[in-house]
Design a protein around this ligand. Structure first.
Ligand SMILES: [Mg+2]
Length: 251
């Protein structure tokens, strides 16, 4: 596991940590799989907090629970099933469509345009695909807001995954098949550490954007040893990290 490369311009600092066939060391000629929420924009925007409140409210209305009980159940399903949606579908027969439309109906003004990320993605070689547990419509709106939509060839969303969320290993296989990826030439970037474990298991290089898991409301325990062992790079600021990476490659 590497320390954050932020503020450490010496490439030697992280060179020993590169996986032998890492696309990072081959000029990024493979593919990049980016998670969306709390990855392409910083968790401090609190955008996902709005989604979480709407998930709670939808669960409360659907099951006739008060807010506190709905929130507890939401977090139990998130931990046990990867998403609250999956828990609600399995245990309560809930339809995914209306739920997804409701929970993603949020105010995006909390997310600022990110020209630094836009420029870095423009310099970054390789195919770029969004791999999210949210909906494709939400992903497109957020990418438009950040100003980076043009860099991504596709969104593999929760519907494409048959509503089975990361970190279910079969979803990673489906993602790789759908987009014809070579996992050993693919980098996966994600804010939830446990979602990187199946990626590493099929040979992907992994990048953990760790900010959101340091927030107490994440509902996640700190990554354990096995999870940390699946992480190749730890990043605090994705835009700056990609900027550093692509500048080095250009020189
Ligand atoms: Mg995320």
């Amino acid at each position: 596991m590497t320390p954050s490369p932020k503020g450490t311009p010496d490439p030697a600092v992280r060179a020993p940590n590169l996986a032998p066939r890492s696309p990072l060391s081959r000029g990024g000629r493979g593919a990049w799989a980016f998670d969306l929420d709390n990855t392409l924009y910083p968790a401090r925007c609190k955008l996902f907090a709005q989604v979480e409140v709407r998930i709670r409210d939808y669960v409360a209305g659907f099951l006739g629970l008060d807010s506190a009980a709905a929130y507890r159940l939401q977090k139990v399903y998130f931990r046990e099933h990867g998403t609250t949606l999956q828990g609600m579908m399995r245990h309560h027969g809930m339809e995914p469509g209306p739920f997804l439309a409701y929970v993603h109906d949020i105010d995006l003004s909390a997310v600022p345009p990110d020209p630094v990320l836009d420029q870095a993605l423009g310099r970054l070689e390789g195919r770029k695909i969004i791999f999210t547990n949210g909906s494709a419509e939400h992903a497109r709106k957020v990418m438009e807001r950040i100003g980076v939509a043009r860099h991504f060839e596709a969104v593999f969303d929760i519907a494409a995954a048959g509503y089975v969320p990361k970190p279910e290993p079969r979803v990673y296989d489906a993602f790789v098949r759908r987009h014809g990826l070579d996992p050993t030439a693919t980098v996966m970037v994600e804010d939830i550490a446990r979602n990187l474990v199946p990626a590493a298991a099929i040979g992907m290089t992994t990048v953990w954007v760790r900010e959101s898991e340091t927030q107490p409301e994440s509902g996640l325990d700190p990554p354990d040893r096995a999870t940390l062992a699946a992480i190749d790079h730890v990043v605090d600021d994705l835009a700056l990290w990609l900027s550093d990476l692509t500048r080095e490659e250009a020189t």
